[in-house]
Ligand binder design. Structure first.
Ligand code: SF4
Length: 416
C-alpha cells in the first residue's frame, strides 16, 4: 500500500520522465478501506445502476412516471454527463434528481493521444483514486480500418498480482472498481469517437477488451454488473460477443465465468507455460497451477462454447526459447485456442530478478511464432498501439497530464 500511496501522491521515484501527473491523492476514506460512496456523501451513482435498479430508485420519487427510468437509462447510455442535458425531463425533476443522485462519479483528469490515434484517459474517481482507460483505433489502411474502435477498460485501481513485466503490477493494489466506474470508462471513451469515422450501420465502439489496469476476475461481481448495464438493449445494447475478458489465470474466476457468465470471450495471459518461470514472472498467480488453469479453461470451453485466446508477452531472452515454445504447445493442446503474441512494450525501470527487461528482437519473435505454428497452433500478432503514450499492453499506470494539442485533449478543454 505504501508504494501505491507514494505513486498517487507523487512521491514515488519513477524512472519514467513523464510520470508527473497525480493531481489527486486518494482520500482518507479509500486509504482506510472505506467505500468510495463515502466520498460522494453517500449519494448513489446512476451510471452504475441496471434499469431495474433505476426503476426501483425512481419509484421513491412521488409523481415520477415509471417510463422516466427508461428515459434516463437511455440518456446515460447516449453519453449525458449532467442532468441539465436531459432536456426531455421536466426541470423540477432534473433539479430533484441532482439533489438525490450523482449521474457519474468520475471525471477526466488527463488525456493523451498517440500519433497512431490511440487515446489514453486518466479518470479520477470520487475518492481520488486514478485509473487509466484507452481507446484504440484499428490501423489505418486496413480495409476494415474505418470505424473500428476498441475500448480497453480497467477493472481495478492498481493490481495485486504484481507481474514483473507490467507497469500496473509495479504499483501495487488500491481497490476494486465499482460497476459505475467501469461503465463510465466506456461512456467517456465512446464520446471521443468522431461520428464521421464510424462506418454506416456501426456503433462508435465495436469491441470492449477488459485488459486495462487490474485482474478482472478478482472483481467479477462489479464487472458482471457493468457489462450487464452496457449490454442492455434499453441502453448501449453492446453485444457480449464483442467483449473479451483477459485474465492472468484465476481458476475460481474462470470457473465462475463458465457457470454464470457473462457470455464473453476469454483470453488467458499465459506468457510462460513453464510452471517455475511463470511463477517468477507472474508471482501473484502462484496459487493457480497450470494444470488447474488448463482444467478450468476446458470447463469454460465446454460450457460456453467460446474460443479461448492464449496471450504471451514476449520478453527478450527470457521466454522465447525452444523449451518455452514446446511447453506452450503442450499447454495449448486440446484447448482449440488461438495464440496472440505481444512483444513486450517497454516500461522503464522494470526488472526480472537481476536483469533489466527488454523487448524481443524481431528475429526472436518470428522464430518463436514459427515454433508455435510448427507445433500446430494458430498464431496472431497483436498490433502495437499506444506505445508512444504509455497506453499499450502492460504500460498503464504511468499517468500523465494532458499533452499536446490533439483532438482528444481539446475534447476536455477544462484540462488544458
Ligand atoms: S499483467 Fe494484468 S494481472 Fe499482471 S500485474 Fe499487470 S494488470 Fe495485473
Amino acid at each position: 500500500m505504501q508504494k501505491f500511496q507514494n505513486f498517487w501522491n507523487g512521491t514515488e521515484t519513477n524512472p519514467s520522465p513523464a510520470n508527473t501527473f497525480p493531481e489527486a491523492a486518494p482520500s482518507a476514506a479509500v486509504l482506510s478501506g472505506a467505500s468510495p460512496a463515502a466520498d460522494r456523501g453517500g449519494l448513489p451513482v446512476l451510471s452504475g445502476m441496471s434499469l431495474s435498479e433505476l426503476e426501483a430508485a425512481l419509484a421513491g420519487f412521488a409523481g415520477t412516471d415509471p417510463y422516466r427510468a427508461k428515459q434516463i437509462f437511455a440518456r446515460i447510455a447516449r453519453g449525458a454527463s449532467s442532468f441539465d442535458e436531459m432536456t426531455d425531463l421536466p426541470r423540477p425533476l432534473r433539479r430533484r434528481l441532482g439533489k438525490t443522485f450523482f449521474l457519474r462519479g468520475s471525471r477526466v483528469s488527463g488525456a493523451m493521444e498517440d500519433r497512431d490515434g490511440t487515446v489514453k484517459l486518466a479518470l479520477t474517481l470520487a475518492d481520488g483514486a486514478v485509473v487509466e482507460t484507452v481507446l484504440l483505433r484499428a490501423p489505418a489502411g486496413k480495409a476494415e480500418g474505418r470505424g473500428r474502435f476498441t475500448a480497453c477498460l480497467s477493472s481495478q485501481a492498481g493490481c495485486p498480482l504484481g507481474c514483473v513485466f507490467c507497469k500496473t503490477g509495479s504499483l501495487g493494489f488500491l481497490r476494486n472498481l465499482e460497476a459505475s466506474e467501469i461503465v463510465e470508462q466506456f461512456l467517456t471513451l465512446a464520446a471521443l469517437v468522431p461520428p464521421g469515422e464510424v462506418s454506416p450501420g456501426q456503433r462508435g465502439i465495436s469491441r470492449i477488451v477488459v485488459m486495462g489496469m487490474g485482474e478482472p476476475l478478482l472483481n467479477l461481481s462489479s464487472l458482471r454488473k457493468a457489462l450487464e448495464i452496457l449490454c442492455d438493449p434499453a441502453g448501449s445494447g453492446f453485444s457480449r460477443r464483442r467483449i473479451t475478458i483477459s485474465t492472468a489465470g484465476i481458476c475460481g474466476g474462470i470457473m465462475e465465468l463458465a457457470e454464470k457468465g457473462p457470455e464473453t470471450e476469454l483470453a488467458l495471459s499465459l506468457t510462460s507455460a513453464r510452471e517455475e518461470l511463470r511463477r517468477r514472472l507472474m508471482p501473484g498467480t502462484a496459487g493457480n497451477s497450470l494444470a488447474r488453469i488448463k482444467e478450468a479453461l476446458g470447463v469454460f470451453r465446454t460450457r460456453r462454447g467460446r474460443r479461448i485466446t492464449l496471450e504471451a508477452v514476449l520478453l527478450g531472452g527470457i521466454n522465447t526459447g525452444g523449451k518455452d515454445a514446446r511447453a506452450f504447445v503442450n499447454f495449448a493442446r486440446g484447448l482449440d485456442a488461438v495464440v496472440n503474441l505481444i512483444p513486450w512494450n517497454p516500461v522503464p525501470g522494470l526488472r526480472f530478478e537481476e536483469r533489466a527487461l527488454q523487448p524481443p528482437s524481431p528475429k526472436e519473435t518470428e522464430e518463436f511464432r514459427l515454433m508455435l505454428e510448427q507445433g500446430g497452433l494458430k498464431v496472431t500478432r497483436r498490433y502495437r498501439r499506444g506505445r508512444g503514450i504509455g497506453g499499450a499492453c502492460g504500460q498503464l499506470g504511468g499517468i500523465l497530464p494532458n499533452q499536446g494539442d490533439s483532438a482528444a485533449v481539446r475534447a476536455f478543454p477544462s484540462l488544458s
